[in-house]
Design a protein around this ligand. Structure first.
Ligand SMILES: [Fe+2]
Ligand SMILES: [Fe+2]
Length: 249
């Protein structure tokens, strides 16, 4: 199934009676929380689309291989599609409320003490090896709770695309164009990137609700363990195998 067919199928499932029934079974409070959650997620997706624009510009300046530039371009389009679908789902949940996402940051990330060149490498490393890699684990954790077919399909498409986004970072850190000095610079910023990724993913506490988990709501109960699993199981060993070894503190 190609992307267009997959999203046509999601649209069909969203319009199915099963989706309408699941939404009408929610309490008013649950519906409000779910709507707010999906609009907030659209805001995150929109901000991520912009961060990929910055990464694309960075990678062009760094003369990264064209395969990496292609991954960045695909990610920009994917993240805009994620915005659309989060808003569409929010609209299905409650068509009476406004669903307008706002950008939560408009400037490229700059880490303290890093040169312009360092920041260009750090932005893709952070955005993809850290944040997008965590995203895959969070969506995988969520998938185990989602029961509604329309939301399962949507989550599956998002998850598939997040894999491509994470791959951009892993391709960058494996790129022979990075020098030994670049790798030790990246290693020196790992503690800060760990702090930042937890801030990005875990700074909004959300109480668990099994009924909402079934509809794709991400509570702290899903995000916390997924963050730990991604960091311990993928991020740290992945960096180490790319020669980015964090100095012992
Ligand atoms: Fe996304
Ligand atoms: Fe993504």
């Amino acid at each position: 199934m190609n992307k267009d067919e997959a999203f046509d199928a999601i649209e069909r499932d969203f319009r199915a009676a099963q989706t309408r029934d699941a939404i009408s079974a929610l309490t008013g409070e649950q519906r409000g929380l779910l709507h707010e959650y999906w609009v907030d997620r659209a805001r995150g997706e929109l901000t991520t689309a912009l961060t990929f624009e910055f990464m694309l510009a960075d990678l062009e300046i760094e003369a990264a291989p064209c395969e990496l530039l292609a991954l960045a371009r695909t990610a920009i389009a994917d993240e805009h599609r994620h915005v659309d679908w989060c808003l569409r789902w929010a609209h299905f949940v409650d068509p009476t409320r406004a669903a307008e996402p706002e950008l939560s940051g408009t400037r490229p990330l700059e880490l303290e003490g890093a040169s312009a060149h360092d920041n260009r490498l750090l932005r893709t490393t952070f955005g993809c090896c850290f944040s997008e890699t965590v995203a895959i684990h969070v969506l995988r954790g969520s998938h185990a709770h989602i029961t509604l077919p329309s939301v399962r399909r949507l989550n599956q498409e998002h998850m598939k695309e997040e894999v491509g986004h994470a791959r951009l970072g892993w391709a960058l850190v494996a790129w022979p164009g990075l020098s030994a000095r670049d790798r030790s610079m990246l290693a020196a910023y790992v503690p800060e990137m760990l702090r930042l990724v937890r801030m990005v993913w875990q700074s909004t506490p959300r109480a668990p609700d099994a009924g909402l988990h079934a509809l794709g709501y991400l509570s702290s109960q899903i995000i916390g363990p997924a963050c730990d699993e991604a960091i311990e199981g993928v991020v740290m060993p992945g960096l180490e195998s790319a020669g980015i070894v964090v100095p012992a503190s």
